[in-house]
Design a protein around this ligand. Structure first.
Ligand code: FAD
Length: 297
C-alpha cells in the first residue's frame, strides 16, 4: 500500500507533482498512452490519476489503466469514479473494487450531463451530487483518501461562485480530503478561489490543475469540454504566432512555466498537470527545469 495523497501532502515538504491520464478508447490512442506511460516515469510524479468515462457499472477501463500504471512503477495512482448512469450501490461496489485492487486514493465526482443536455440526471437510486457520494464513501471506506473537484472559474451549472463554493464545502464536510481544480490559465482566478474557500471555512489542500499550452487550437478544443477564461495577453501572443507552430508552443509553454512558478511561490500545495496522455510538453527544457524545481531538485 502506498502513502495516501494526504500523507504525501503532509510529509513532502514541497508541492506535489501529479499528472492525469485517461483510458484510451482506440488502438492508436492505446499506443500513444503506452508510450507516454513509459516516458512520463522520468517526470517522477508524486501521484497520477486516471479519469473515468461515462457509463458502465464496473470500475472497468479506469481500473485496468490504474493497475497498468501501478505495475509500471508509478508510486501512487488515484482512480476517478463518477456517478453517471450508476446506482449508489454500483458506485460503491466499483470503489470497493479499486480498494480491493490496492488503491487507497479515489477522486469522487458526480460526472457531466450527457452531451447536449444542460443538467445532470441521476441514475435510478443514484447519487445526485458528489457530496452525497463522498458521504457514502467515507462511511463505507473510512481509511480511503478522497479527492473532489473544485472550479476556480465556477462550475458551469452553478448560479454563482458563492453557491458553488458552498457546495464544495459540503463535499469537504462530507469527508473529502483534498480538492483538485479544473484547469485555468489565469492564476488570479486560483488565488481568489483559494481565498474565498478559506473564508468559507474550507481548509482542505487545493491542488491547481494546469494544461501545458501548445496552440490556440488546443485551447479552443479544450473549451468545448470545460469552461475557462483565456487571458488577453496569452490570446494575443498565440494569435500572433498562429502561422508558426514552434513559436506558438514556445509562447504557450512559457505561459505554463510562469503559471507554475507563480503558483508555487504563492503557496500552492501541488501542481496537477492535464497532459492529455502525451509527454511531449514535459521535455520542453524550460518546463522540464521548472518541474524539477517543483520536485526540489
Ligand atoms: P458536484 O460537486 O456534484 O457539483 C456539480 C454541480 O452541482 C455544481 O454546479 C455544484 O455547484 C452543484 N451542486 C452541488 N451540490 C448541490 C446541491 N446540494 N444543490 C444544488 N446544486 C448543487 N468527469 C468525468 O466524467 N470523469 C472524470 O474522470 C472527471 N475527472 C475530473 C477531475 C477534475 C479535477 C475535475 C475538476 C473535473 C473532472 N470531471 C470528470 C468533470 C466533472 O465530472 C464535471 O465537472 C461535473 O459536471 C461535476 O462534477 P462534480 O464532482 O464537481 O459535481
Amino acid at each position: 500500500m502506498f502513502m495516501t495523497i494526504t500523507q504525501q501532502l503532509q510529509t513532502a515538504g514541497r508541492p506535489l507533482l501529479s499528472v492525469e491520464f485517461f483510458p484510451p478508447k482506440t488502438e492508436a490512442g492505446r499506443a500513444t498512452f503506452d508510450q507516454t506511460a513509459v516516458e512520463l516515469l522520468q517526470l517522477k510524479p508524486d501521484f497520477v490519476s486516471v479519469t473515468c468515462g461515462a457509463g458502465g457499472t464496473a470500475a472497468g477501463p479506469t481500473l485496468e489503466i490504474s493497475t497498468q500504471l501501478s505495475t509500471q512503477g508509478y508510486r501512487s495512482v488515484m482512480p476517478h469514479c463518477t456517478c453517471v448512469d450508476r446506482s449508489r450501490d454500483e458506485v460503491l461496489d466499483s470503489v470497493d473494487e479499486f480498494v480491493a485492487a490496492g488503491f487507497n486514493n479515489i477522486m469522487a465526482l458526480r460526472g457531466d450531463p450527457p452531451k447536449g443536455e444542460r443538467y445532470f440526471k441521476p441514475a435510478p437510486d443514484g447519487f445526485r451530487y458528489a457530496a452525497e457520494m463522498v458521504a457514502a464513501l467515507r462511511e463505507r471506506q473510512p481509511a480511503l483518501c478522497i479527492g473532489v473537484a473544485g472550479y476556480p472559474e465556477k462550475h458551469p451549472e452553478a448560479l454563482n461562485v458563492d453557491e458553488d463554493i458552498r457546495h464544495l464545502k459540503e463535499k469537504v464536510d462530507a469527508g473529502a480530503d483534498f480538492i483538485t481544480t479544473q484547469l485555468f490559465l489565469n492564476n488570479g482566478a486560483y488565488f481568489e478561489f483559494v481565498d474565498r474557500c478559506r473564508s468559507e471555512g474550507i481548509t482542505a489542500p487545493i491542488l491547481p490543475g494546469l494544461l501545458p499550452i501548445l496552440s490556440l487550437e488546443q485551447i479552443k478544443r479544450m473549451r468545448t469540454f470545460c469552461d475557462f477564461q483565456v487571458p488577453s495577453r496569452l490570446l494575443q501572443d498565440l494569435e500572433a504566432a498562429q502561422d508558426n507552430p514552434e513559436k506558438a508552443e514556445r509562447v504557450g509553454l512559457y505561459w505554463t512555466v510562469e503559471q507554475i512558478s507563480e503558483l508555487v511561490e504563492g503557496g500552492a500545495p501541488g501542481i496537477h498537470l492535464y497532459l492529455l496522455n502525451r509527454a511531449q510538453t514535459i521535455f520542453y527544457p524550460e518546463l522540464s527545469a521548472c518541474l524539477a524545481r517543483v520536485r526540489g531538485e
